[in-house]
Design a protein around this ligand. Structure first.
Ligand SMILES: [Zn+2]
Length: 429
């Protein structure tokens, strides 16, 4: 603080002009001009002088996501922890607010304090949680930022993520050690905060991650009671049903993780095919239209034994089977006697193949991605070195498995694993 006062005294009109120009460039997001000016001036004291509304150039560049300029400034060993007098926000707070992961990385490397609070007691992690930026949250926590630190209201980052409805951040924070039932000075737990803001997705996530639904706030209201007071029927119903199903689970009668439509589809297909197969003797001598068989033969050729790992394939082959079955029944009275034994034999083979495929499909690994810890720091260093900035901007992290999601992969709720090729499993996630 004393440093800033000194600079204030010595700054002259010429310097002010120079600074104004720099801030103009920053506001217009002209990175290249800024970098060349900065290297021209190369005066650490001048460049770290707060100018526009108490923000320094580093602050503004973080807000504007100008990570190349941030790097240039930090290379001049400008203090990464300098805070704005009025609110106490540092450059790292602002980079978290704007969602600029690369600037966060540069700031951290230059010694930015991950635990630094602004005047409301908010840490950088809390700002990242407010914005729902999972990349930054993951980065901060992998660099050992404290996940359960509290602000002036005694709220944690999880409170803030829940309040703003960033359910992916909620899940990530919990999976990285956030206390799910922590209460702030109003006795509100994260789920109370989510209810207050009617953030249904956050509420669902918190329920599934095991939030305590009996926790009372300072008004002695459980989450469900709180939703009732707020007259939110949807949330009240959801919480009541969820709580009940959880209680039943404890008694061991009913498991919450029921099988979804997509896990029971292949067994159903198998059952139907077995049923059809059992019916076969009834029309064993029934003829098959040769044209229909040829149509199937083409389709069969499209079914190599390494079927795509998808229930959609199962349902597709099932529909083919049912069509064949119906057509068979329809052609009983139409074809000549001579063709009947041959057609029936082919139909039998087709039935057997169908059952075989279904069993094979059910036994297959749908393409689970191994849960290996994703090192975001190495990733950033490598991509920045290779100048693959777009890869950083498109970074996707699975907040359950804590891995980097490959392209087109999806997290499957039934298995609670990420699946690489199983595109059709993603419907309910
Ligand atoms: Zn996953």
């Amino acid at each position: 603080m004393s440093n800033e006062v000194q600079i204030d005294e010595y700054i002259d009109s010429q310097t002010t002009e120079k600074l104004t120009k720099l801030f103009q460039f920053a506001n217009q997001e002209k990175s290249e001009e800024l970098i060349s000016r900065i290297s021209e001036i190369a005066n650490k004291k001048l460049l770290s002088h707060p100018h526009s509304k108490g923000y320094t150039l580093l602050h503004v560049c973080c807000l504007k996501k100008l990570h190349t300029v941030v790097k240039a400034l930090l290379d001049l060993s400008i203090d990464a922890n300098q805070s704005r007098k009025e609110c106490g926000k540092t450059a790292l707070h602002l980079a978290c607010l704007s969602g600029d992961l690369i600037s966060c990385h540069y700031l951290y490397q230059s010694g930015a304090d991950l635990e630094r609070c602004d005047k409301s007691g908010n840490t950088p992690l809390m700002y990242a949680s407010q914005q729902g930026n999972v990349g930054i949250i993951y980065y901060l926590l992998q660099n050992n930022a404290s996940v359960n630190s509290r602000n002036n209201q005694q709220s944690t980052a999880l409170h803030i993520a829940s309040y703003f409805g960033n359910h992916e951040s909620v899940r990530l924070l919990i999976n990285l050690g956030a206390n799910i039932d922590v209460q702030n000075n109003l006795g509100m737990s994260p789920i109370h905060q989510a209810i207050e803001q009617k953030q249904l997705k956050s509420i669902e996530t918190l329920c599934k991650e095991g939030a305590n639904l009996n926790k009372k706030n300072n008004d002695h209201l459980t989450p469900a009671q709180y939703a009732f007071i707020l007259q939110d029927e949807t949330i009240f119903k959801y919480l009541s049903i969820y709580k009940k199903s959880r209680e039943i689970t404890r008694k061991g009668i009913y498991k919450i993780k029921t099988k979804t439509f997509y896990t029971i589809l292949p067994p159903i297909c198998l059952l139907i095919s077995l049923f059809c197969f059992a019916l076969l003797p009834i029309y064993y001598w029934a003829p098959i239209n040769t044209g229909i068989f040829l149509f199937y033969k083409k389709k069969i050729n499209q079914f190599p034994l390494n079927l795509a790992h998808s229930p959609a394939v199962a349902s597709f082959s099932l529909s083919l089977y049912i069509i064949g079955f119906v057509c068979n029944l329809l052609t009983i009275f139409k074809t000549t006697i001579i063709l009947r034994p041959l057609n029936s034999l082919l139909y039998l083979i087709f039935c057997l193949l169908f059952i075989y495929w279904n069993i094979k499909l059910m036994k297959m690994d749908p393409g689970f991605i191994a849960k290996s810890k994703f090192n975001i720091i190495d990733f950033l260093n490598e991509k920045i070195k290779l100048q693959e900035i777009s890869e950083i901007n498109n970074l996707e992290i699975c907040t359950s498995c804590l891995i980097r999601k490959p392209l087109r992969s999806k997290h499957d709720n039934t298995f609670d694993r990420c699946i690489a090729r199983f595109d059709h499993r993603c419907l309910f996630t």
